[in-house]
Design a protein around this ligand. Sequence first.
Ligand code: SF4
Ligand code: SF4
Length: 127
Amino acid sequence: MSSNNFKCLEKCGFCCSFVFILKETYEKHKDKLQRPVRVVYQVGNEVGIITFDRTCAFLTPDKRCAIYEDRPEVCKQFGETKEIPCPYLKPNGNPRSEADKKKILRAMKKQTKDFLRNKTLRLIRLA
Ligand code: SF4
Ligand code: SF4
């Protein structure tokens, strides 16, 4: 989910799968978790929260961010830069072509798979 000039689609939340979040933020907002957590991995001072449906643990049923003010930087920038593209909208907020959308969705799927297969991230399991 993004902010500023880039305006997310209404009630989308599609990109809210898993993110690394500061451990401190996670501890602060544990009471705002929106779904059961499968496992939490710690990497440095951040944690990766994996849920059973692979949706971000802080995404509310009406597709809002339960920790909006403290959301990670990547969430603030998602869609606004070429490096972290939204599958639906261009950084200027215009809709993407179907071809572009498919390409980005494929890349996102691969990224998720790679992340979940990355054994080095499994060094510290918190929950
Ligand atoms: S950045 Fe794109 S995919 Fe993510 S919530 Fe906004 S519109 Fe949806
Ligand atoms: S922290 Fe908020 S904005 Fe970021 S992925 Fe989770 S629900 Fe979405």
